[in-house]
Write a protein that binds this ligand. Sequence first.
Ligand SMILES: Nc1ncnc2c1ncn2[C@@H]1O[C@H](COP(=O)(O)OP(=O)(O)OP(=O)(O)O)[C@@H](O)[C@H]1O
Length: 271
Amino acid sequence: MLEIRSVTRRFGETVAVDGVDIQIAEGEMVGVIGRSGAGKSTLLRMINRLIDPSEGAILFKGREVSSLKGAALRRWQRDCAMIFQQFNLVPRLDVLTNVLLGRLNHRSTALNLLNLYSREERIQAVAALERLDIAHTALQQAGTLSGGQQQRVAIARALMQEPKVILADEPIASLDPLNAKVVMDSLADINAREGITVITNLHTLDTARRYCTRIIGMARGKVVFDGAAQALTAEAVRRIYGAEAGADAVPEAITSTSIETPAAPEPAFAG
Ligand SMILES: Nc1ncnc2c1ncn2[C@@H]1O[C@H](COP(=O)(O)OP(=O)(O)OP(=O)(O)O)[C@@H](O)[C@H]1O
């Protein structure tokens, strides 16, 4: 369904993504792992066209999305929701309005300028917040919520886009273990129930193993592993993280769990 065909992205002398070929079927839950600088974010950002490839093509259901422009590009960006490490909410707006912003690319410019949302859209937004168990925050300023709550708002906003694909760029890197679990459980639930394809960059191996049916390992811009979580052997881990990351010597930062360690409950308002 999603095909990344010989895609390369250069930034000056740096080759961030180097001749990558990947095919992802509808409904997969894919984790992209690799060291910092391996090219994971660049790959994700090229899929929804925040960045354009230097070479190669990206196709969705046989149609090249890497060359779309104007309204067609906006439709693709609507189909392909993005979740960021830093949530990217509008902090001064209330939570409900932030979620409604997910409808932007569904609507005419005039409706957007007038800030008019239908009753159905508001009901849909509240339902998305309820699903993520944060409907009680609907009228609070988004910036007053804790990180975990803000990421859930971002997921609700993504759901409002009615996307075909969700791209999550290190969605739990800024969260404590309990919130990381809530966010990953939500993404897994959306993948399982709606069948929405999820592609997520993750910085810990065990999270990828636990949640993703398929893992793509990147090193220096190239795909060096692509397979089932169970096939991720010590040798594969060495290929992804480097020779020094031996079976017993994988750096703590790579394997340490960001999910299971108990943590103190988050404050209700962590402005
Ligand atoms: N806008 C940019 N301008 C210049 N170089 C960039 C830009 N974006 C990424 N790079 C470079 O491309 C390479 C890949 O970066 P990328 O952010 O994709 O890696 P990553 O695997 O996502 O790492 P991290 O986990 O640290 O975000 C790095 O060397 C980075 O410095």
